[in-house]
Design a protein around this ligand. Structure first.
Ligand SMILES: O=c1ccn([C@H]2C[C@H](O)[C@@H](COP(=O)(O)OP(=O)(O)OP(=O)(O)O)O2)c(=O)[nH]1
Ligand SMILES: [Mg+2]
Length: 179
């Protein structure tokens, strides 16, 4: 067993597929969305206020400009999948190029880095989430089973004379910040 994918227990027996390559020479394993998921547009609230003010030829207030910004935060879209790999390997999670083009979905972290020690971590069993932001004008519903991102296994190298890391991974998404 070198590297691969498993379904996390909270999605057991729900018919999820482990990531798969779609063509013979694809580098990326396509991840599917684990459940229907709504991604609100980042623009809606600001636009509504802007249209209202434009009609009356009034400037937008600061409050109106910032209203709705809660939707700017990335959403963590569940995949229901965890990945195991060798200690000197990493899984890079990249957006599908069709996501921005067809759905206005961007990956705000650029590339997701899935560490080998994330697998089976005590907090969420190592479930991989795809951070997505919907920059289109409309809310987008991603149906369960739609491919949302691709994972590429890569080897990585260590720096000379590095200070050995002391922390044990307990989760993801900033888990090492206050450890
Ligand atoms: O798109 C992503 C990026 C990361 N992760 C998980 C796997 C990864 O091993 C862990 C930590 O990611 P990273 O090191 O990039 O984030 P961080 O902000 O440094 O969090 P931490 O302090 O937990 O390392 O979060 C995902 O599920 N999806
Ligand atoms: Mg980290």
């Amino acid at each position: 067993m070198q590297r691969g994918f498993e379904i996390v227990s909270r999605y057991a027996n729900q018919g999820l597929q482990v990531p798969y390559r779609t063509t013979q020479q694809s580098a990326g394993y396509d991840f599917e969305c684990a459940e229907d998921f709504v991604l609100p547009s980042i623009w809606r609230h600001d636009l509504l206020h802007a249209f209202k003010r434009l009609r009356h030829r009034e400037p937008l207030t600061t409050e109106e400009l910032t209203a709705g910004n809660h939707d700017m935060r990335p959403f963590l879209v569940p995949t229901g999948v965890k990945a195991y790999m060798q200690p000197d390997e990493v899984l890079l999670l990249a957006n599908r190029s069709s996501n921005p083009l067809k759905h206005g979905l961007i990956l705000p972290n650029g590339v997701g880095v899935i560490d080998a020690d994330y697998y089976n971590n005590e907090k969420n069993e190592g479930e991989i989430f795809v951070q997505l932001v919907n920059v289109s004008l409309h809310d987008v519903t991603i149906p369960k089973g739609q491919r949302i991102a691709q994972g590429i296994f890569m080897p990585f190298r260590l720096a000379d004379d590095e200070q050995a890391p002391r922390q044990q991974r307990t989760g993801g998404f900033g888990s090492s910040d206050n450890a």
